[in-house]
Design a protein around this ligand. Structure first.
Ligand SMILES: Cc1cc2nc3c(=O)[nH]c(=O)nc-3n(C[C@H](O)[C@H](O)[C@H](O)COP(=O)(O)OP(=O)(O)OC[C@H]3O[C@@H](n4cnc5c(N)ncnc54)[C@H](O)[C@@H]3O)c2cc1C
Length: 486
């Protein structure tokens, strides 16, 4: 990457995180809580660079699955959100062409208690819950990364490298670790040499409907499949409903090759976006859905193409170079069909901080970063592939021609929802574990047991005191027998 303006200051910190989205804030928090970035100045040794002047919550809301809640628990913020956001237990999918409705129950009966469930949350609330745990000054707003490089640490003797980034105001920051959490068009991923994301051939309109007097809609995810689209809506609170329409309006291929198409013209124009949903894309949708769309807040209406990085590129691409790596969409952008992008970003943060923590067997930041990538690649590639397949059979295939469309619909209605989706859903109950690796067993000596117990307590906050194995077992269930045809 080329340099920015004139060099102003050179700052030394433990860790630089690029991007204050879900991945960036979670990573900064995880690094602090794991003690990785606890050394250094007022910001605790970690700096988050955000190009915008404030936190941005594009997309209004998202669903956090149990894997996301496990990670949020490890980060110490789950308890701030769960009292505010009620879980939902079911997804009701109606095929508007055949009239068939299927009901899916998330997690079976055993998930009906506790914090770790399926909950929709306002994106802003999630970002703020994490941001307010960071010391003031950690997030450097209006700071765009414009250059990346590395240099030998401490004069070059020990082989360790420092990451060196330049900002658009001329500031240079040196750090022992650099994590690119700069989203799907990540400059850090490009610098590492990861292949560019591809277009899935689909796009998504999202909105947040607000009914000040209350909407009275049942707490469940309603989905409608019809004519090459998948629409969904889920209440987030008594007044707010999050909705989306995934559609086949963009060509597949490299984003750069996309011609100028409708959504680009409409992007940024809420009236056009809404009209496109109510009068065109969504004209076959039930009135109850269109009514929700019409109640949208203009500021929250967005329309964007759905991009992903090929699973093989995640498995084999260069996701680490010395002390530099990527997390969240910068690492593994995916289609939203399993609602996993944000949850996987939260998992990344915990795994990365654990790999870099003082308890990690990795001797240097570069080794820790490499261990993190090795641990995450396989899971990330699997989720991306699962989300793509899920999107293809649920919605993408409905626009396929002739016999192929018929075959895919048959597969979707009789096999996918009954047998394949439950397998994919298993990934949503994954527990990424605690922030700090368990201590090695103490050498046998008198009083060793007490010391070990005290040591564990010093690394694990009160909200981490849960029996992980038990919880994994309890939630690792998607009760197949409850998949019913109505
Ligand atoms: C339609 C849709 C629905 C979704 N639904 C769900 C869901 O229900 N559940 C779920 O878990 N996930 C969902 N996702 C996925 C989820 O939104 C993303 O995976 C998640 O937001 C990624 O967060 P991130 O922090 O990696 O990236 P981003 O949110 O893109 O954040 C990147 C940040 O980096 C900043 N940045 C970029 N470049 C620079 C630079 N050069 N210098 C400084 N800052 C920079 C940006 O301004 C931004 O703030 C959905 C996605 C879509 C598209």
């Amino acid at each position: 990457m080329g340099g920015g303006g004139e060099t102003k200051d050179v700052i030394d910190v433990e860790a630089v995180v690029v991007g204050a989205g879900i991945a960036g804030l979670a990573t900064a928090l995880a690094l602090r809580r794991a003690g990785v970035a606890a050394r250094g100045g007022g910001a605790g040794g970690v700096v988050v660079l955000e190009r915008h002047a404030e936190l941005r919550a594009t997309g209004a809301a998202l669903t956090v699955f149990p894997n996301g809640w496990f990670a949020l628990r490890a980060l110490g913020v789950a308890h701030k959100l769960t009292p505010r956001y009620e879980p939902y237990e079911t997804s009701v999918v109606t095929n508007l062409e055949s009239g068939a409705t299927q009901v899916f129950r998330f997690g079976g009966h055993k998930s009906r208690s506790g914090e770790v469930r399926v909950r929709p949350v306002h994106r802003r609330a999630l970002l703020e819950a994490m941001a307010e745990e960071l010391p003031p000054g950690t997030i450097r707003f209006s700071s765009r990364l414009v250059s990346i490089g590395t240099e030998p640490a401490g004069g070059g003797g020990g082989g360790e490298e420092l990451a060196v980034v330049g900002l658009d105001d001329g500031t240079v920051i040196r750090s022992r670790v650099l994590v690119g959490c700069d989203g799907v068009h990540s400059a850090v991923a490009r610098w590492l040499g990861m292949p560019e994301p591809a277009s899935s051939g689909r796009s998504c309109v999202r909105g947040l409907a607000v009914y000040p007097g209350g909407h009275g809609v049942r707490k469940e995810l309603r989905q409608f499949l019809s004519h090459g689209l998948r629409a969904g809506m889920v209440p987030i609170s008594d007044t707010d409903i999050y909705w989306f329409v995934v559609n086949n309006t963009v060509p597949a291929g490299k984003p750069a090759q996309m011609p100028r198409i409708k959504f680009r013209e409409a992007a940024g124009d809420p009236e056009k976006i809404l009209r496109e949903v109510t009068d065109n894309l969504g004209r076959h949708l039930p009135e109850e859905f269109l009514d929700v769309a019409r109640h949208s807040e203009p500021d929250n209406l967005t329309w964007a193409p759905l991009l992903y990085r090929a699973p093989w590129a995640i498995l084999t691409g260069r996701a680490a170079r010395g002390p530099v790596t990527v997390a969240g969409d910068a690492f593994h952008p995916m289609t939203p069909d399993m609602a996993q992008g944000g949850c996987a970003a939260l998992e990344d943060a915990v795994v990365l901080a654990r790999a870099l923590s003082s308890r990690s067997p990795s001797p240097s930041p570069a080794d820790g970063v490499a261990a993190y990538v090795a641990e995450r690649r396989g899971r990330a590639a699997w989720i991306v592939a699962g989300a793509y397949l899920s999107g293809y059979v649920q919605q993408g295939s409905t626009s396929a021609p002739g016999v192929r469309a018929f075959a895919v619909k048959l597969f979707r209605d009789w096999i996918f929802y009954r047998f394949v989706f439950p397998l994919l859903a298993d990934t949503m109950w994954f527990d990424c574990g605690d922030l700090v690796a368990p201590a090695p067993p103490p050498p046998p000596r008198d009083g060793g047991g007490e010391e070990e117990a005290a040591d564990k307590k010093s690394h694990v906050g009160p909200d981490h005191l849960y029996h992980r194995d038990t919880i994994s077992r309890v939630y690792n269930v998607l009760n197949k027998s409850e998949v019913d045809e109505m």
